[in-house]
Write a protein that binds this ligand. Structure first.
Ligand code: NAD
Length: 337
């Protein structure tokens, strides 16, 4: 039995990934390392907490001694690295933690893995020959798009926020470990995720929460910013596939081909709530939509070309935005019951 280290598994995507991965991979123990920042919550992994192939460890990815000890004690055979500071707004008000966790934390993890798995550059220890470091990243590293065009794996990096700059830096560290040390690495760059367990601060949970509370639903600027929305389980399927079958040193874009602007998203959620829990005054939840001052440096449009992972690894999104958002709203309504 091999043990895989999954970082950030108490956060939104990691906590959707772990139960899915454990179910599909009976030959792996999962060690979830998470420092439980404000964004991590052990309730998110409740469904696996007593699973015999699951262990949780509270700790910081920047803590080299701890990571070294974890590798030794658990004989780590692979890493899927989700842990990060992930909220763009927070990166604008306090960028330091983004640089520490996303840049220094990624460096610490991959460097410990290299020392543990490798004898010397381009030379793995025999028992660790196929050990892989999978880095989970974002499409935000590519910057912003105009009205047309798609981000491809070859699109030059042009990060615009401290968040995306820190993720871009971490991508480059991982890339350099492939070229310099011959490490077995793969990176996935995904578009905006939504679905169960997302932190309240993010756009879709905020719209749902504010609407239900009868409060104004804040939408930045004119609401025309476009993102390519992907249901979180489709992202998890892409990560699992790239971890198992991706070519070492390659990057794969994961995106749903579901471009929607914020006005559409807010309206769609309001319509679902109108059907499921109509307001007492008979009006649509849409009356709560309120435009607020735009985020500084707000990227206009992101959209992913997922052809590479579709053609080379056979990935495909199972949900479109309309089916995924229905499941998501149902999950939040159940949560607040
Ligand atoms: P999240 O903020 O919900 O979760 C991050 C988790 O990492 C939390 O549980 C937190 O406690 C943990 N963490 C933070 N700093 C840590 C540290 N120093 N040591 C150990 N654990 C730490 O984030 P998410 O939305 O689940 O995103 C996961 C990954 O996916 C991130 O790398 C993010 O950049 C990437 N990503 C997210 C999206 C998205 O739409 N959410 C899209 C593309 C890529």
């Amino acid at each position: 039995m091999k043990t895989i280290l999954i970082t950030g598994g108490a956060g939104f995507i990691g906590s959707n990934f772990i139960p899915y991965f454990i179910k599909n991979n009976s030959d792996f123990n999962v060690l979830n390392l998470d420092s439980l920042t404000y964004a991590g919550d052990l309730k998110n992994v409740k469904e696996v907490e007593s699973h015999n192939r699951y262990t949780f460890m509270k700790g910081d990815i920047c803590d080299r001694n701890l990571i070294e000890e974890l590798f030794k004690k658990n004989d780590i055979n692979g890493v899927i690295h989700f842990a990060a500071e992930s909220h763009v707004d927070n990166s604008i008000s306090s960028p330091d933690e983004f640089i520490r966790t996303n840049v220094f934390g990624t460096f610490t993890l991959i460097d410990v893995a290299r020392n543990y798995w490798m004898e010397s550059p381009h030379n793995y220890k025999d028992q660790y020959k196929n050990c892989r470091f999978h880095h989970v990243s974002t499409d935000e590293v590519y910057g912003t798009l105009g009205e047309t065009g798609l981000f491809e794996e070859t699109t030059p990096y042009a990060p615009n926020s401290p968040y995306s700059a820190s993720k871009a830096s971490s991508d480059f560290i991982v890339r350099s470990y492939f070229h310099t040390y011959g490490m077995n690495v793969v990176t996935t760059n995904c578009s905006n995720n939504y679905g169960p367990k997302q932190h309240d601060e993010k756009l879709i949970p905020t719209i749902i929460r504010k609407a239900i509370a009868g409060e104004n639903i804040p939408i930045y600027g004119d609401g025309k910013n476009v993102r390519d929305w992907l249901y979180v389980l489709d992202h998890c399927k892409g990560v699992e596939l790239a971890y198992a079958k991706g070519v070492s040193g390659e990057t794969y874009n994961i995106g749903g081909r579901n471009e929607r602007n914020n006005n559409y998203i807010a309206s769609k959620i309001c319509e679902l709530l109108d059907q499921k829990i109509p307001r007492k005054d008979g009006k649509s939840y849409k009356v709560l939509i309120t435009y607020v001052k735009d985020r500084p440096g707000h990227d206009m449009r992101y959209a992913i070309d997922a052809t590479k992972i579709e053609n080379e690894l056979g990935w495909k999104a199972d949900e479109n935005f309309e089916t995924g958002i229905e499941k998501t709203v149902a999950w939040y309504l159940e949560k607040i019951k």
